[in-house]
Ligand binder design. Structure first.
Ligand SMILES: C[S@@+](CC[C@H](N)C(=O)[O-])C[C@H]1O[C@@H](n2cnc3c(N)ncnc32)[C@H](O)[C@@H]1O
Length: 396
């Protein structure tokens, strides 16, 4: 295909053409830096000159988008002579093809086109496209499947709690589920929006009898999937960050049940962020380490090398650490971390109940008691806690 012009119109249209596998020849003396990058990467062939008669020979499709109306008219006439479909960015009435506003959902492309030339309103068509795609994704627009869906399990990372912080894919799978097995953490508000036929199971309430709680959850996933249902296992944050996601995937794989994993926004980054704390900041922290604090440093089950963590200069993010923070702070200080290192505890981050409590390693145990900080909370240790909108970065 031939594209005439290398400005904003070409820049916007090219990625979809390249993705579709088009052999794109772009003719223009100048192009935007993004278009130039596509030419440099070999994604398009750039002919660095003005349009010339004959450029459309052998093309199937032409996008005419130069700033020169006379050249556009000549090129349009050539397209007509050679029977080449031709899109005109400057004059849709003179075109023989039009570019619809497109979007994708569940492997389907939605394309919206205005048929009434006088009422052509690209913003309106884009808005209709957005409404349809968004509706299909979040389940407010229901288009039932008539072919049977593949039953199986989706392990969906639901994000830290705010229902807006689940991924688009997670939200769509939730809208399509027959059964949802949900953790206490994560976007529980979304469960209230599910249609009445969806069975919602609280993972914490599955009776486990002679099994471990996790085994009982695995069994529930297997049982429902074997009944041919679409099961969503909705987890807080990301399924693989202290989420036992791989254990569930392994249990399903053992019995041959297909499982898809949808990553989620982990609380380890998003909860500090929601409380105004960047886990890295230029000139302050070049690393952040995420640690589970569910067992104390002196517990023989601990797999964390606390003395090494005490020597790091970056940010330490501790999950599941509220109960053990006294011991943790003590250990870090004993191994050389300054006692005045700032600490922030962010409880129920991204929800309406979010609160942030600040302390230092020396005071954190007492502060947690005095302020009655309760799980779930993310604990951030390091100088980034003091960085705010008015702090200037000092150096690389
Ligand atoms: C079992 S871990 C699961 C982590 C999760 N997979 C993730 O990626 O965020 C649970 C811990 O995550 C942290 N957490 C999760 N959601 C939180 C939230 N909204 N506010 C504060 N802490 C949260 C707490 O430290 C909590 O004890």
């Amino acid at each position: 295909m031939v594209v005439l012009g290398g400005g904003q119109v070409a820049q916007r249209r090219l990625p979809a053409l390249i993705a579709a596998g088009a052999d794109v020849h772009l003719v223009s003396p100048e192009v935007t830096p993004s278009v130039e990058a596509m030419a440099d990467a070999g994604e398009i062939t750039w002919h660095r000159r003005r349009y010339e008669e004959g450029d459309l020979t052998g093309a199937w499709y032409a996008l005419i988008a130069t700033g020169d109306t006379q050249a556009n008219t000549l090129a349009s006439a050539e397209a007509e002579r050679h029977r080449v479909w031709c899109v005109r960015s400057d004059d849709a009435d003179e075109a023989t093809a039009w570019t619809p506003a497109t979007g994708h959902s569940e492997g389907v492309t939605i394309a919206v086109l205005t048929t009434d030339a006088r009422g052509r309103d690209p913003r309106h068509t884009a808005a209709i496209r957005d409404a349809v795609v968004e509706g299909l994704r979040d389940g407010t627009l229901v288009a039932p499947h008539h072919r049977t869906r593949t039953p199986g399990v989706a392990l969906v990372g639901g994000g830290p709690g705010d229902p807006d912080l689940i991924t688009v894919r997670g939200r769509r799978l939730l809208a399509e589920a027959d059964v949802v097995i949900a953790d206490r953490l994560g976007p529980r508000d979304l469960l209230a929006e599910l249609p009445p036929h969806v069975e919602v199971i609280d993972a914490a309430k599955i009776p486990y009898g002679r099994y471990m709680a996790q085994e009982a959850i695995n069994n529930a996933l297997i049982e429902h999937a074997k009944q041919g249902k679409s099961v969503v296992r909705l987890k807080g944050g990301d399924p693989y960050v202290f989420g036992r996601g791989m254990e569930e995937l392994q249990a399903l794989a053992e019995v041959g049940i297909p499982c898809t994993v949808v990553p989620g926004i982990s609380s380890s980054i998003s909860v500090p962020s929601a409380a105004g704390i960047p886990v890295t900041h230029r000139g302050v922290a070049h690393e952040f380490t995420v640690v589970s604090g569910h067992v104390a440093p002196d517990d023989e089950r601990s797999l964390v090398d606390w003395p090494s963590l005490a020597r790091l200069t970056g940010t330490l993010v501790i999950l599941m650490g509220v109960d053990k923070i006294g011991k943790i702070a003590e250990t870090l200080v004993a191994h050389g971390k300054p006692a005045d290192t700032p600490v922030a505890l962010v409880q129920e981050g991204t929800t309406a109940a979010q609160r942030r409590v600040d302390a230092t390693l020396a005071t954190v145990a007492e502060t947690v008691r005095a302020e009655d900080v309760k799980p779930p909370a993310v604990i951030v240790i390091g100088e980034v806690v003091k960085v705010g909108p008015t702090t200037a970065a000092t150096s690389e």
